[in-house]
Design a protein. Structure first.
Length: 223
């Protein structure tokens, strides 16, 4: 990573990008495409990437499949996911159980739209990105940040392949974003989800996501 990011081979970079994007979908507001994610080529791509990095724990994916299969239809499973998503991330009383926003964890006041929200928005802008019109949430939502990590990795390595110096400059943004932002709060978020979710889906996915972030944090320290 950083100026030494070439020390990570291209296949490792691709695997990291695939995994970040997969988890981004998992923590987006649930829709039909979320369940399709676990019955498509993208799941196999995720599994191959996970194995390539030498990670274990994929029995969690089997638990997700069993959880989805227990409901009489995918529509029913999706409704349960929506209920749990709302309970965990939006409206639990007296306070939200696992707020999916960095500012809650990083800014010291437990509020959304804080200093770290503005910081990550500036990083998006520095990388040439804005928020998609299809994304109806705050810039520091966990799904947006995971997608951003995937984007940076992909575009950085495109630049390396093409000797594109402006694109290769994304390496410094990636390092800053991961070290100073995502890795500073995502583990606490995933931990809350694994501890508090009543849905096997979110417990299992959050456990895998936490394992991956710990692995990638170690990679960042090395490079």
């Amino acid at each position: 990573m950083g100026d030494n990011s070439g020390a990570l081979d291209e296949q490792t970079a691709i695997a990291r990008a695939v995994i970040y994007r997969f988890f981004s979908h998992c923590f987006s507001h649930p829709g039909g495409e979320l369940l399709e994610l676990f019955h498509s080529a993208r799941l196999e791509e995720f599994l191959q990437s996970w194995r390539y990095l030498g990670l274990d724990g994929l029995e969690s994916i089997s638990r997700v499949h069993k959880w989805v299969a227990r409901w009489p239809s995918r529509e029913t499973a999706l409704l349960e996911l929506e209920k749990e998503y709302t309970r965990l991330f939006i409206t639990a009383y007296p306070r939200v159980i696992a707020p999916p926003y960095s500012s809650v964890y990083l800014d010291g006041q437990g509020l959304v739209w804080g200093r770290s929200t503005a910081e990550v928005a500036r990083l998006y802008e520095a990388a040439g990105l804005g928020m998609s019109e299809d994304f109806h949430d705050i810039p520091d939502h966990i799904a947006a940040e995971l997608e951003f990590a995937s984007y940076l990795i992909v575009e950085e390595h495109k630049g390396e392949d093409n000797d594109d110096r402006p694109t290769r400059g994304l390496a410094s943004i990636e390092k800053k974003f991961l070290a100073e932002h995502l890795f500073a709060w995502a583990p606490a978020f995933f931990s809350r989800v694994t501890e508090c979710s009543v849905a096997t889906f979110y417990r299992s996915v959050a456990g895998l996501a936490q394992q991956f972030v710990e692995w990638d944090t170690d990679q960042l320290r090395r490079f």
